[in-house]
Ligand binder design. Structure first.
Ligand code: GCB
Length: 611
């Protein structure tokens, strides 16, 4: 790709700046649909050591320690008191996995650094069976070790990764140790500045995934682009018996289609089919089985088309209005904390449904897999995003590689979900040539991996005249939507401004407002002009809705944000208390005034456009 060429010139300098310790190998290619496989859960209580100076990883010259001298060795002072050890997993604290550490231990509330996790699990390896250790996510960087050996490292806080441990796992007790570090980095994705809590830890489930020697690692099954009478896609096997006959079965459609994989374990397929289409009013999923000579995996897959035509978004050929809301992956009730399971996801998505949504923008990073699957079953369309947020290092090849691998991991995991219709490559990024190059490359990569969906980004508004607004961004020419965040009535003036401004667009693409909103404390009342009251919020939402009625080509809105969420940027005591208060629902579940304004408007739009 042109971008890689562009970066090749600067990569030598970058190589010199790779931090010490980065020599561990990266993970193996992602195994998809793990919940349908033979797995052993490693969730539960893990022993931990908080290590702010990374004593367990670097020596006093800040050189990475040999595994035998590091905490990966899991030496136990209690076993031999003649040896010098200055750590002991047995006597330190514990943390629940999955779960962030910030909300589990008061001392770790603001902590950004390294925590070591240890899980001792019993196992019985079987000949002919491969074993992988799979992490749903670890924020932000994880170095994994097993039985005293370092296995590898993964960077990026919101995507799954797996390492093969077939040759390392042993009969009986095994010690799995993970160094998780959530320090923010200027060259990271996201970078040092963001408006959400940097929850650290093993934030999603950890498990062993067992497979046959040659197994079905990945597949893409979808309605063929531009030919809705066919299903096409591909299959990727992993293992030494690469060339096999594989059968794609969809019993309800009486389909049983055979293909032969090549010497790399890869096969493409295409066959005629007329499935009932997935849509918000009929979230129809089919049982799909993929059976090779050595493995079998089952999934539930929906089929639909998504495209744009001028300013319209067409789902299955019919114009839709995306009645959405933005969601952070945070627990629905109580003190905050990263959400990690279906039950929590169902509450959040239930609130969106109650508001009248057919769409959710999962901000600003890939959410857990259950969130997407639950939304798919409930008939909620999804915008899925990577944390290329605000001002990241556009000229840094390492940063680009990191962003691209997060994008690829997100697409790999969720590409078979019918409800995901938009991949988003960024949020509110400042214009420059380097940024345009960076984001265009991400867009190209997303389209290359998945030609069947829309690709976009949350852009920003521009002022082009007195009270005349638009989007002026070269990125808008490249992506499929003119999607942008705007805060007229909150950051930009007061609510009456919504009555005055007009919007104009010279690009013939659907207009999509990916954010607007106002802060309010649930139950706080006052005059309509008083900030942080429900009255102010209501006024702002009512006037915003009236403004939206005048926006030509508007095809979707996702107010910011479903629920109050924790952010260290929100410091005003008594009002914010470390929460961004733009939630339509409070941190404890109270519906605020804006919720009902949106509910009413979405009811109207439902009548106009249908579900
Ligand atoms: C934005 C950001 C979002 C913030 C929000 C706010 O534009 O995209 O992440 O939380 O504004 O509340 O300021």
């Amino acid at each position: 790709m042109s971008f890689s060429v562009f970066f090749a010139a600067v990569s030598i300098t970058a190589a010199l700046t790779v931090p010490a310790g980065a020599q561990e190998p990266g993970p193996d290619p992602q195994i998809i649909n793990v919940s349908a496989r033979s797995t052993v859960s490693l969730d539960g209580i893990w022993k931990t050591i908080v290590d702010p100076y990374e004593n367990g990883y670097y020596n006093y010259r800040m050189k990475p320690l040999d595994a035998a001298k590091s905490y990966f060795a899991d030496n136990d002072f209690d076993k031999d008191r003649t040896k010098l050890f200055e750590y002991n997993f047995n006597t330190d604290g514990t943390l629940q996995v999955p779960g962030d550490w910030n909300t589990q231990r008061l001392q770790l509330y603001y902590y950004e650094g390294t925590v070591w996790y240890r899980n001792i699990f019993r196992y019985s390896p079987e000949p002919g069976r491969r074993v992988f250790v799979y992490f749903g996510a670890a924020n932000y960087e994880a170095v994994v070790g097993l039985n005293g050996e370092k296995i590898g490292k993964h960077t990026g806080g919101f995507t799954p990764f797996n390492f093969e441990i077939t040759d390392k796992v042993r009969e009986g007790d095994n010690s799995l140790i993970v160094k998780v570090d959530n320090k923010r980095h200027a060259d990271g994705v996201p970078t040092v500045n963001s408006d959400w809590w940097n929850y650290g830890g093993l934030t999603r489930s950890v498990m062993l995934v067992e497979t046959p020697e040659t197994f079905i690692r990945d597949y893409f099954v979808r309605l063929k682009k531009d030919d809705a009478g066919k299903i096409d896609g591909w299959i990727q096997l992993d293992g030494k018996d690469a060339s096999q006959t594989v059968v794609i079965g969809i019993p309800e459609l009486k389909i049983s289609h055979k293909v032969r994989t090549d010497e790399n374990g890869y096969a493409e397929f295409e066959f005629k089919a007329k499935p009932e289409l997935w849509s918000p009013e009929n979230p129809r999923l089919y049982e799909v089985t993929i059976t090779s000579e050595t493995d079998k995996v089952a999934d539930r897959i929906g089929f639909r088309t998504i495209e744009t035509d001028g300013t319209r978004i067409l789902l299955n050929g019919r114009e839709i209005f995306c009645r959405g809301v933005c969601i952070h992956e945070e627990m629905p009730y109580g003190t905050g904390g990263r959400a990690y399971c279906r039950e929590q996801d169902l509450v959040l998505l239930g609130w969106a449904k109650e508001m009248g949504c057919n769409f959710v923008r999962l901000a600003h990073y890939p959410h857990n897999e259950d969130m997407i699957r639950a939304a798919e079953e409930m008939g909620l369309l999804v915008w899925s995003e990577i944390p290329v947020y605000w001002t990241i290092q556009w000229e840094n090849p390492e940063t680009y590689a990191n962003a691209e691998s997060q994008l690829a991991d997100m697409i790999t995991r969720d590409k078979n979900r019918a409800n995901v219709i938009i991949w988003s490559v960024a949020n509110e990024t400042p214009h420059s040539d380097a940024r345009l190059k960076f984001l265009s490359s991400l867009v190209a990569r997303a389209r290359e991996m998945d030609p069947t969906r829309l690709v976009s980004a949350a852009m920003e508004k521009a002022v082009v005249g007195k009270d005349l607004l638009t989007v002026r961004d070269d990125l808008a020419d490249i992506v499929d939507l003119v999607s942008f965040n705007q805060y007229v009535g909150w950051y930009d003036g007061t609510p009456e401004k919504c009555d005055r401004v007009n919007w104009t667009f010279d690009i013939d693409k659907p207009v999509f407002i990916t954010e607007f909103g106002a802060g309010a404390v649930y139950g706080r009342h006052g005059d309509r002009t008083e900030r942080f009251t429900e009255e102010y919020m209501e006024d702002m939402y009512e006037r915003s809705v009236n403004m939206f009625r005048r926006i030509p080509g508007l095809a979707g809105t996702t107010p910011w944000v479903l629920k109050d969420f924790r952010s260290p940027r929100r410091q005003m005591k008594g009002i914010q208390d470390d929460f961004n208060r733009k939630g339509l629902v409070s941190d404890r579940g109270g519906r605020k005034s804006g919720f009902y304004v949106m509910q009413k408007w979405y009811e109207e739009l439902k009548e106009q456009y249908g579900e």
